[in-house]
Design a protein. Structure first.
Length: 86
């Protein structure tokens, strides 16, 4: 599931928290080792559009941070675990 369908499903399920994840790509969809994640609270008056907007704002900052980590080589990967280095 991706895009607008995710936010619709989150609201339909009654979830209180959703979020964004940045991960390395592997051979499966949305499966690679996780670099960064951040939770986003679901508000009682959210629509798929308002929720999507908040999640996308978080995604933007997560992508920038993840790219900095990768560019500086500040990580190791062991199995599915990404460890961030100082």
């Amino acid at each position: 599931m991706y895009g607008h369908h995710v936010h619709e499903a989150v609201l339909a399920y009654g979830s209180k928290i959703t979020g964004a994840t940045v991960h390395f790509v592997d051979e499966e969809y949305d499966h690679g080792p996780i670099i960064a994640q951040q939770a986003v609270m679901v508000k009682p008056d959210d629509t798929p559009d308002t929720l999507a907007a908040r999640v996308q704002n978080i995604e933007k900052s997560l992508y920038v941070g993840a790219l900095r980590i990768i560019a500086k080589g500040r990580y190791t990967i062991e199995g599915r675990t990404v460890t961030l280095l100082p």
